[in-house]
Design a protein around this ligand. Structure first.
Ligand SMILES: [Zn+2]
Length: 216
């Protein structure tokens, strides 16, 4: 059973930036029946969602994936990136565990939003890499933050996580926010001819822990 109850918004004394569970509903998927959990944030509105498998409340070493929204990949299955494959692989992998959670974070385009992401794609079509394109637009290379993710894990009373990630920044930010990351599990999917350069840039310039042999 999923032991997390809906928190009452009134009468709680949350610190700045904490999250409260706002809604919990069953969410059947091809990989099995998950729960969709929505949140209210003290610091403002953010339509993040947790896709929860099993009972994560009070559990240690919960298999966890932080997925930042990528409309072009997640919905249209764009091959410019590996977001769709990463999300689906995470869902499959977590569904084989006793419990686990995917935090779907609404920070499109590494935090620059959809409008600028498409402008950055246009520059990439002219030969810039993903980082250069953001810089040419005067935008941060990676504006993603994981404070909300930490708050969501706290709201669900997840005691510690095993993180599915190639991105050391996610681990650093979660730990900075007081979340215990007991293990990192690599989450690398095979490259295709459209996203190979994007993945190589991630490895070379953004410090992502990717195996070059799998980008060939
Ligand atoms: Zn993507």
């Amino acid at each position: 059973m999923f032991a997390v109850e809906q928190n009452k918004l009134a009468g709680t004394s949350q610190t700045h930036g904490e999250a409260l569970i706002a809604g919990v509903a069953s969410l059947p998927t091809k990989a099995g029946v998950f729960r969709a959990v929505s949140f209210s944030f003290e610091a403002g509105t953010a339509d993040h969602m947790a896709l929860v498998w099993g009972n994560v409340s009070g559990q240690h070493e919960v298999l966890t994936r932080l997925h930042s929204e990528c409309l072009t990949g997640d919905v249209f299955r764009s091959l410019r990136c590996d977001c769709y494959e990463q999300l689906q692989a995470a869902i499959e992998r977590i569904s084989k565990e006793d419990c686990g959670v995917i935090l779907y974070l609404r920070q499109e385009g590494r935090g620059i939003g959809l409008v600028d992401k498409v402008r950055a794609y246009a520059l990439q079509d002219r030969g810039l890499d993903t980082l250069e394109a953001n810089e040419a637009l005067g935008l941060p290379v990676d504006a993603r933050r994981y404070n909300d993710a930490a708050a969501m894990l706290r709201a669900m009373k997840v005691a510690s996580v095993r993180l599915l990630t190639n991105n050391p920044e996610k681990i650093a930010q979660l730990e900075e926010d007081g979340i215990e990351v007991s293990e990192r599990l690599a989450h690398q999917l095979p490259a295709n001819r459209f996203n190979r350069h994007y993945l190589q840039t991630k490895a070379l310039k953004s410090g992502h822990l990717l195996d070059p042999a799998r980008m060939g």
